[in-house]
Design a protein around this ligand. Structure first.
Ligand SMILES: CC(C)(COP(=O)(O)OP(=O)(O)OC[C@H]1O[C@@H](n2cnc3c(N)ncnc32)[C@H](O)[C@@H]1OP(=O)(O)O)[C@@H](O)C(=O)NCCC(=O)NCCS
Length: 342
């Protein structure tokens, strides 16, 4: 069998009409197709496969069959098709999985592999679109590094659907979010040192030793995501979550910390880091994010309002304001807690 794409757990190959019965388990299932005008008839499933066979010939890609490696089972389709959104034609990443195979991160794994496939073939931009209330699909698009662009109207299966949402990713953007490695500690400490030594952003007075900083990373990683943002191979920021409190009732609540290299602020790294962190935390069942940030009504040489403004922009709301709670550089600073429900 000729596989087009292989990932850790999945293999993708071209669809054939022999897949009709298996694909019907997704496309003809009323629950799976609740965001479409109607579940597909058998004829429509066959038509879907023929459309993709045409796409393979015409473009060299289409929606492919997704096979779970472990069981060799056909679990759905995922791939790239050309789609018109208003006046523009885009490469779209689409995915449909059988319901028994959802919740395992398979759609994200396949969609990411398709993004890489498109990138390797020189595609500059990819999109995904779905109905606005199709939250699982929106979640996959976000996990695939896409951002929400706009709502629009599209004719789907001959029916005008008004609340479609468009997600997009620029494949030339060279920022990448990945899990931290212990070898990153030195660079992260370099980023953090600036905030310890020159600002009241961190209420710490002394820069921790490299060993201590590595220990913090190891401890955090035991339970929570710890991510870095790389631009052209250089780490420019990092983010992590930690327990807000060890009391059981707080099990669904974490506190978040984020640091972007002072020379790379306002370039979107903070947003990318928070987006991926949120997606990871959501998967863990976390529902409350808290961010404690030093605050001053009047900005001075040690503290700006970057962090409060950034958090408000990320959808946090102010939850608490503690006055004059930390002393640094012989000045008293406030602390604000920001909260976001995810
Ligand atoms: C807060 C911080 C993480 C933001 O990271 P960033 O990469 O600069 O943020 P982004 O570029 O993704 O900013 C996203 C949006 O947040 C808002 N924002 C960020 N900084 C802002 C500022 N100084 N003033 C106003 N709005 C700001 C803007 O709306 C911005 O979007 P825009 O640039 O398109 O207007 C970064 O400034 C930083 O590392 N600060 C020091 C550490 C810190 O305070 N951490 C939080 C405490 S744990």
């Amino acid at each position: 069998m000729n596989y087009i794409i292989e990932t850790e757990r999945l293999k993708l190959r071209e669809l054939t009409l022999d897949d009709t019965d298996k694909l019907a388990l997704v496309l003809s299932d009323p629950q799976s197709m609740r965001f479409y005008p109607h579940p597909f008839s058998r004829e429509e499933v066959e038509h879907w496969i023929k459309w993709n066979i045409d796409n393979y010939k015409k473009y060299g890609f289409g929606l492919w069959a997704v096979i779970e490696k472990e069981s060799d089972e056909f679990i759905g389709d995922c791939g790239i098709t050309m789609q018109q959104v208003e006046n523009d034609l885009f490469h779209e990443i689409g995915y449909h999985l059988r319901k028994e195979y959802r919740g395992k991160g398979y759609a994200t794994e396949a969609a990411r592999a398709c993004s890489d496939y498109a990138k390797n073939r020189g595609v500059e931009q990819i999109i995904s679109y779905m109905k606005s209330d199709n939250l699982p699909s929106r979640h996959v698009a976000e996990r695939n590094g896409m951002t929400f662009v706009k709502s629009f109207t599209k004719t789907v299966m001959g029916k005008v659907v008004e609340d479609e949402v468009l997600y997009m990713k620029d494949l030339n953007a060279n920022e990448k979010i990945r899990d931290v490695q212990i070898e990153d500690a030195e660079r992260l400490l370099e980023i953090y040192s600036h905030y310890v030594l020159n600002t009241a952003v961190s209420f710490e007075y002394d820069v921790p030793t490299l060993e201590e900083f590595k220990e913090r990373i190891r401890n955090t990683k035991k339970k929570y995501p710890y991510l870095v943002c790389e631009k052209d191979g250089k780490i420019i920021g990092y983010v992590y979550a930690s327990a807000y409190s060890s009391r059981e009732s707080y099990s669904w609540t974490v506190s978040t910390s984020i640091y972007v290299d002072k020379d790379y602020r306002r370039q979107g790294a903070g947003t990318l880091l928070y987006r991926e962190l949120e997606a990871r935390l959501k998967e863990m069942g976390i529902i409350n994010l808290l961010a404690g940030t030093a605050f001053t009504e009047k900005e001075d040489e040690y503290l700006t309002q970057d962090s409060p403004k950034f958090h408000l922009k990320q959808g946090y709301r102010e939850a608490a304001h503690m006055i004059g709670i930390g002393k640094k550089f012989d000045r008293w600073y406030d602390l604000k807690w920001f909260q976001k429900k995810i």
